[in-house]
Design a protein around this ligand. Structure first.
Ligand SMILES: NC(=O)c1ccc[n+]([C@@H]2O[C@H](COP(=O)([O-])OP(=O)(O)OC[C@H]3O[C@@H](n4cnc5c(N)ncnc54)[C@H](O)[C@@H]3O)[C@@H](O)[C@H]2O)c1
Length: 349
């Protein structure tokens, strides 16, 4: 394969940003764009001198594409992803994997049957600090890690109110599926443990249902009156091996800062606040050290970009950082959090 010829399905907020990243790869070319909204598709296609498909199915049916990037509302992940894979094309699918575990499993089965690459675009894994945390964990800097505290809480950050994001049927869930998924994935990745044994969770709808807390993300139309997804969720996840993750995701919350986002690692020898880039440990002189910007070994993905990575994976230059089994484990935990919330009981996995 010389240059990867790429189709983009979904020309919304994230589709536009990620298409720009793909276009910067010297060995990738955006050939066609599709969106149910023709104006959005045309506008994006124009930027890359790409074709506009009159329908996602038309793009998928083309025989001159190697791969497709899909960024459509969660409900349509399954239908679009399975069609792409069945057509023999590689796929980078945006998060969350799917609307629920059963749908994610069907996408995974389609990938297996077609023998194509299915890559979940978990962009946070490529963040410089996350790569560094994983390297430090692998090098034994933390010693045994027994707890990870992962949170992403916005004071006022509900995506476009009334769009697919705030409707359970089209989104599957709210803050948990939208931003909780990122920090949960980072926690499991740093622990290098994707084997949950039990989950206790609770999800709340306290702001969006009162018309409060909109932040503004998203380009889709406002078409739903009911806000029926979580704007706050919390969970405790036990892993095989005894480690515990605590997780919080909020689109809207009374809190001191507009955005609170970090993954804290607690090990026997050291701790780290990944996004704050602080390492905590005993100093050699008997004092306690808080090291800002821990020295960084060479990063495995110096480009720090999922689109670049996906193209490099297809070209055989990098091994996929996110595996399908890992993505399924994340989805299993998300489903279990909602189940636990509904039942008021811990869910055994
Ligand atoms: N990786 C990230 O950090 C990140 C960030 C935001 C969103 N996302 C994910 O990307 C996806 C899209 O989110 P967004 O923020 O771009 O939303 P958006 O509302 O801005 O855009 C969605 C686009 O999909 C189009 N669309 C709807 N149904 C379609 C279909 N069946 N076929 C083709 N196009 C269709 C809409 O017309 C719209 O243009 C979601 O799954 C979301 O969870 C990921």
């Amino acid at each position: 394969m010389s240059k990867i010829r790429l189709g983009v399905i979904g020309a919304g907020e994230i589709g536009r940003l990620t298409a720009r990243d793909f276009s910067r790869h010297p060995d990738a070319e955006i050939v066609a764009v599709a969106d149910l909204n023709h104006d959005r598709a045309s506008d994006l296609a124009e930027k890359f001198s790409a074709d506009v498909a009159d329908h996602p199915g038309t793009l998928i049916a083309r025989d001159d594409l190697d791969a497709v990037y899909v960024a459509v509302p969660n409900k349509f992940h399954e239908e679009v992803a399975c069609s792409v894979l069945d057509s023999g094309k590689h796929l980078m699918l945006d998060k969350p994997f799917a609307i629920d575990l059963a749908a994610a499993q069907r996408i995974a089965a389609a990938a297996q049957a077609s023998n194509r690459t299915l890559f979940l675009g978990m962009n946070q894994r490529f963040e410089r600090n996350v790569q560094r945390a994983r390297l430090l964990a692998d090098a034994g800097t933390f010693g045994n890690i027994y707890h990870v505290k992962a949170y992403w809480r916005r004071r006022q950050g509900i995506p476009r109110m009334g769009s697919w994001f705030t409707n359970k049927d089209t989104a599957g869930g709210g803050a948990l599926l939208d931003i909780g998924v990122h920090v949960l994935d980072v926690a499991l990745h740093v622990l290098d443990n994707f084997s949950p044994v039990s989950v206790s969770g609770a999800a709340f709808t306290r702001f969006g249902n009162r018309g409060l807390g909109e932040g503004g993300w998203g380009r889709s139309e406002r078409e739903y009156e009911n806000f029926d997804v979580d704007d706050f969720a919390t969970a405790m996840i036990r892993l095989d091996g005894g480690q515990v993750i605590t997780l919080e995701a909020a689109w809207a919350l009374h809190q001191p800062s507009a955005n609170e986002h970090d993954v804290l690692i607690y090990g026997e020898n050291a701790g780290m606040a990944i996004y704050a880039d602080q390492l905590f440990r005993d100093g050699a002189d008997g004092g306690y050290q808080i090291i800002q910007g821990a020295s960084s070994p060479e990063l495995p993905f110096p480009h720090c970009n999922r689109a670049t990575h996906f193209i490099n994976v297809l070209l055989g230059r990098e091994a996929a950082l996110v595996t399908v089994d890992q993505a399924l484990a994340v989805q299993k935990i998300l489903d279990a959090i909602y189940q636990s919330s509904a039942s008021g009981r811990e869910v055994m996995i």
